[in-house]
Design a protein around this ligand. Structure first.
Ligand SMILES: [Zn+2]
Length: 410
């Protein structure tokens, strides 16, 4: 068991207060803080704090994979930590994106290697050969766009914007309200010639403003307000139109969202814990200054409309632990809620690697002869070989997230 220092990533969409406040550090920060990476991704591994000093978690895992990861994880995923845990704070919207399936990632990674595109190149899509299923759990109210809305509803939304110039486009899905119609409309919008886009966008935005001034409690207020907000951050970006096709989701603290391969999504605002397969494979379609590759995005996108289910954690009987059930084999995320007047202690045995992240209050950890006091915003690495761990709340309430390798639930 070691204290784990995350790798802080600064992106323009990050927050100058959220992550620092959680960690009890001064605000506002000099740079926007977007993500704290808690894992062993080669691009930015976290660091374990040992008696001999700090050490990269990536080095530690590579130097003794079986002791750190355990036999089962090594047999299944090789000598690397299969998941990446993140703390994420979005002040502004992130890019419109999707992630490849396992087959697409292997194929795309090999293809870009053959083309001789350097791994660090800004035009590189596939940074590794892994898929990237991801699960996000809100710490604050968290807004996102995720998955294509039922096209029949989208026709109603486009009709509500009531702009004649939109009608030919609405006709593409009105006449074919299925995945083929969505593919046709999305592809048309995301590849509109600049003069056409420049003429269309202001008309659509005027229609959005009219809708909001006309019907403050209309059924599409949240969707249309989001389109206007996106157009302020990314003026003239075709991703604003594409956003009109997606489900708008608001998570309350504790609720989760699982994003499978091919699901088009954009996180809009809020703070969250996020876990994913240990991959950095992102295909972007807009709403970003980063590399956008529309043809490659179109190859991986799933155009079936979905009602994205908001994921509620399931209580594990007789414990303080709640599980976010997802199909990804690389990870399993649970939440541990402790309180001094309820369940104040939680015990578990590791069968593989664990990362604990304290998101509220403080706890005392015991593991064999070791003990650690852990405050809100701090994380701990627990190796597969470590003995039983006990977690005791040292504040009135304490909350932790526990990340481990996905396992068949016993
Ligand atoms: Zn994503």
């Amino acid at each position: 068991m070691h204290r784990l220092e995350g790798a802080l990533r600064s992106y323009a969409w990050g927050s100058r207060t959220a992550i620092a406040e959680l960690r009890g550090l001064p605000v506002p920060t000099a740079h926007p803080e977007a993500e704290l990476w808690l894992g062993a991704h080669p691009a930015d591994p976290a660091r374990v704090v040992t008696d001999e000093g700090e050490r990269s978690l990536l080095d530690l895992v590579r130097s003794e994979p079986e002791r750190q990861l355990g036999r089962r994880s090594v047999d299944t995923f090789g000598e690397r930590l299969p998941f990446l845990l993140k703390l994420l704070a979005a002040e502004e919207p992130l890019s419109l994106q999707a992630h490849p399936s396992a087959d697409q990632a292997r194929e795309g990674f090999a293809r870009e290697n053959e083309l001789g595109i350097a791994l660090g190149s800004s035009i590189r899509n596939y940074k590794d050969d892994s898929h990237k299923p991801e699960l996000v759990v809100a710490l604050s109210r968290f807004d996102a766009l995720a998955g294509f809305r039922d096209p029949k509803r989208t026709v109603e939304l486009l009709d509500a914007i009531a702009v004649p110039e939109l009608q030919p486009y609405a006709g593409l899905i009105a006449g074919q309200p299925d995945s083929d119609g969505l593919r046709a409309l999305f592809t048309t919008w995301i590849t509109l010639p600049q003069p056409v886009l420049s003429a269309l966008m202001p008309r659509v935005l005027d229609g959005c403003v009219d809708y909001l001034s006309g019907s403050k409690d209309g059924e599409f207020v949240a969707e249309i307000r989001t389109a206007l907000e996106l157009s302020e951050v990314y003026p003239g970006d075709a991703g604003v139109l594409a956003a009109l096709l997606l489900n708008r989701v608001t998570l309350e603290p504790g609720q989760g969202l699982y994003l499978a391969a091919g699901n088009l999504h954009a996180y809009l605002h809020g703070m969250a814990v996020e876990i994913m397969a240990n991959s950095d494979n992102v295909l972007r379609g807009g709403l970003t200054p980063k590399h956008v590759d529309v043809p490659e995005l179109l190859r991986v996108l799933d155009f079936d409309s979905v009602d994205i289910p908001v994921l509620e954690a399931e209580e594990l009987p007789g414990s303080a632990e709640f599980m976010y059930v997802s199909p990804a084999p690389e990870f399993c995320l649970t939440r541990i809620d402790l309180s001094s007047n309820g369940r104040a202690e939680h015990r578990f045995r590791t069968e593989g690697p664990h990362i604990l992240l304290c998101t509220a209050g403080s706890v005392h950890l015991r593991c064999g002869s070791q003990s650690l006091d852990v405050e809100q915003g701090s994380a701990v690495w627990i190796a597969a070989e470590d003995p039983e761990v006990s977690v005791t709340a040292t504040s009135e309430r304490a909350q932790l997230f526990s990340a481990r390798v996905g396992a068949p639930i016993a």
